[in-house]
Design a protein around this ligand. Structure first.
Ligand SMILES: C[S@@+](CC[C@H](N)C(=O)[O-])C[C@H]1O[C@@H](n2cnc3c(N)ncnc32)[C@H](O)[C@@H]1O
Ligand SMILES: Nc1nc2[nH]cc(C(=O)O)c2c(=O)[nH]1
Ligand code: SF4
Ligand SMILES: [Mg+2]
Length: 240
């Protein structure tokens, strides 16, 4: 059986971001990313710093670990990374979770397509704004969004915003795919801040700024503004 590179499995916790914010869920975080966002809060998945933690796991072994951690206290699993869309082999895990009646969320940046996207219940596509230093390939993204919107599963777009330029990018993405539920998310500039109270204060100020941008814009009448709830609650800790 094909192996999946996994860097952490944790939960039950709540989904802190996006379309199913607040949903009780387990997390499976895969290793490896085709991007290197300047502000990535999960850079340990791709920068080599946690290389020794990567386990090549079968779908069955991942399921066993989810059950060991969560028992019968979950029915939703979120797959994130890194970029899980790099892994064709996730198909086996998705099938296994479905057999066990588990709903599946997945986070990816929209740089790579996989046919198993159709089997994700809550799919978040999160293209990256200029502050990330990454460049969006809109030809690829157009193809992905076309395939997904022709299909009934739940899909949303989520753009992290750090500054005015990012907000302009968010507007552009929203206008390009106007029928797709659209979220803007507060960017966390302080991914090494260890003091939760300082961090919370800064993040809430940024949330207020972002709400103000949306309120003032006639092009952002049908968007949702969200913080990263898990960061407000638990700061920059891993595995929450
Ligand atoms: C760590 S990424 C992993 C999945 C995939 N690579 C992606 O970027 O969508 C999960 C989510 O966290 C967001 N994120 C990463 N670093 C962040 C930060 N410093 N502040 C706010 N959101 C961040 C990403 O934009 C993405 O929506
Ligand atoms: N609680 C919680 N919610 C999340 N939503 C997206 C996350 C991610 O890192 O992809 C994440 C995470 O790491 N923790
Ligand atoms: S695409 Fe996602 S995991 Fe990859 S570097 Fe950017 S935020 Fe991090
Ligand atoms: Mg995260």
């Amino acid at each position: 059986m094909e192996r999946i590179p996994v860097i952490e499995i944790f939960g039950p916790t709540i989904q802190g971001e996006g379309m199913v914010i607040g949903q009780k869920t387990m997390f499976v975080r895969t290793a490896g990313c085709d991007y290197r966002c300047r502000w990535c809060d999960s850079s340990f998945t791709w920068d080599g710093s946690a290389k020794h933690e990567i386990k090549q796991m079968t779908a069955e072994a991942i399921w066993q670990q989810l059950k060991q951690l969560g028992g019968d206290r979950f029915n939703h699993v979120t797959i994130s990374g890194g970029n899980p869309a790099l892994l064709k082999g996730l198909r086996a895990l998705i099938s296994l979770l479905k057999e066990h009646n588990i709903r599946i969320g997945l986070e990816t940046q929209g740089s790579v397509w996989q046919d198993w996207f159709y089997d994700i219940d809550d799919l978040t596509i999160s293209p990256k704004p200029p502050s990330s230093n990454m460049e969006t390939n809109f030809t690829t993204l157009d193809t992905i969004m076309e395939r997904l919107t022709a299909h009934r599963g739940q899909v949303s777009l989520k753009v992290v915003v750090f500054n005015d330029e990012d907000f302009a990018y968010a507007k552009h993405v929203h206008q390009r795919y106007p029928t797709v539920p659209f979220y803007v998310q507060v960017g966390n500039d302080d991914i090494h801040e260890a003091d939760d109270i300082t961090l919370r204060l800064k993040l809430l100020q940024k949330l207020e700024w972002l709400v103000e941008q949306v309120v003032q814009s006639n092009e952002m009448n049908d968007v949702r503004v969200l913080p990263q709830l898990h960061t407000l609650l638990w700061g920059n800790r891993r595995g929450v």
